[in-house]
Ligand binder design. Structure first.
Ligand SMILES: C[S@@+](CC[C@H](N)C(=O)[O-])C[C@H]1O[C@@H](n2cnc3c(N)ncnc32)[C@H](O)[C@@H]1O
Ligand code: SF4
Ligand code: SF4
Length: 310
């Protein structure tokens, strides 16, 4: 009984946190004072809509646009070392998954494009062009490894829109264009945030089964601060590690661990209900936690250290 009550409160907390995130970001972006007041007055309606299941807000989602990377970092959280045949996800598929969410009226506070390396994605401009038009997406970040600058004028121009910004990782000498990229973004008034020099990498450990018990997995998942919704090939997961692990066929796809946005046999109404549960319902843990040290042993790793070239 006590367990059920605590799960109920955890689910409500998740809903309230999503509402808080979206409202704060809307208020932050709104410049007009009058519109800010209107937004504040609408807060109770928003809360009711979310609590009744009429609105779903995803605070943060990572879209994997490619499994290709120009670096080979040891312990990459996206398991890049393990992709023998990396590929760029078809533009149509990336758009199709976002479009399904938009058709359902889902709001996304922050969408992050990553991979692999998103600046290697050949259809980046076309994807941004589509995302720019989506009112239900508040902001879009491109997470890049600091090895490249922008070559395409069209791309530079679209990125001047305030909706977009860069998160630039800093792997020291390896991020050889870190400063050049920053200068280029500054010159073109494109928003960016450099990775903090105190940011430490987590050692997720090898992809092997840990054989912990159920209680330990539940504790691990609840303590894990690195899980983030991730979208890969039309499937939405609770954690980026799970999306890559299933894509690589390291773990099997388990129904409760993902939502298939490409499933044409499911009506929009039913899919929205599934998404509501997926985002807000308390999840004890996911299959990938059984193969991960994060949230259990918190060991640190050097950022962006490269594997020897084969
Ligand atoms: C997987 S990378 C993909 C984007 C891009 N290639 C890059 O390196 O910035 C996304 C983010 O995960 C971070 N990251 C990668 N491996 C990590 C690890 N083991 N622990 C913590 N953060 C990690 C990177 O620093 C980067 O900010
Ligand atoms: S962390 Fe390193 S290997 Fe992983 S995607 Fe980013 S640059 Fe590539
Ligand atoms: S502990 Fe689980 S949720 Fe956290 S990063 Fe590992 S697989 Fe993802």
């Amino acid at each position: 009984m006590l367990y059920r009550i605590s799960i109920f409160f955890k689910s409500q907390k998740l809903k309230l946190m999503s509402i808080r995130t979206i409202i704060l970001s809307e208020l932050k972006h709104e410049k007009s004072f009058v519109k800010k007041i209107i937004l504040i007055l609408l807060i109770p309606f928003k809360i009711i809509k979310v609590l009744c299941g009429k609105e779903v807000i995803i605070p943060y989602v990572e879209l994997v646009v490619t499994t290709f990377c120009n670096l080979k970092c040891q312990g990459c959280s996206a398991l890049m070392e393990h992709y023998k045949n990396p590929k760029h996800i078809d533009l149509e598929d990336n758009i199709k998954s976002i479009k399904r969410l938009m058709d359902l009226g889902i709001s996304i506070k922050s969408l992050r494009l990553l991979g692999g390396e998103p600046l290697c994605y050949p259809k980046l401009y076309e994807l941004l062009e589509y995302l720019q038009k989506q009112d239900k997406i508040n902001e879009v970040a491109i997470v890049t490894n600091g090895t490249m600058t922008l070559k395409d004028e069209k791309l530079i121009n679209i990125l001047k829109d305030n909706k977009f910004w860069f998160s630039i990782s800093d792997y020291g000498e390896v991020s050889k264009n870190f400063n050049n990229l920053i200068n280029q973004l500054k010159e073109n008034n494109i928003r960016y945030v450099p990775q903090s020099s105190s940011y430490e990498w987590v050692d997720y450990g090898n992809f092997e089964k840990r054989n912990r018990n159920e209680k330990e997995y539940i504790l691990q998942y609840n303590k894990c601060t690195h899980r983030r919704n991730s979208l890969l090939n039309g499937k939405l997961f609770h954690c980026f590690r799970c999306s890559h692990a299933t894509n690589l066929k390291f773990v099997s796809l388990i129904k409760k661990d993902y939502i298939d946005l490409f499933d044409e046999n499911i009506s929009n109404k039913k899919l929205k209900k599934q998404l509501y549960k997926f985002i807000y319902k308390y999840t004890p843990y996911i299959e990938s936690c059984k193969y991960c040290d994060c949230g259990f042993n918190l060991n640190m790793l050097s950022r962006g250290k490269q594997n020897e070239k084969k």
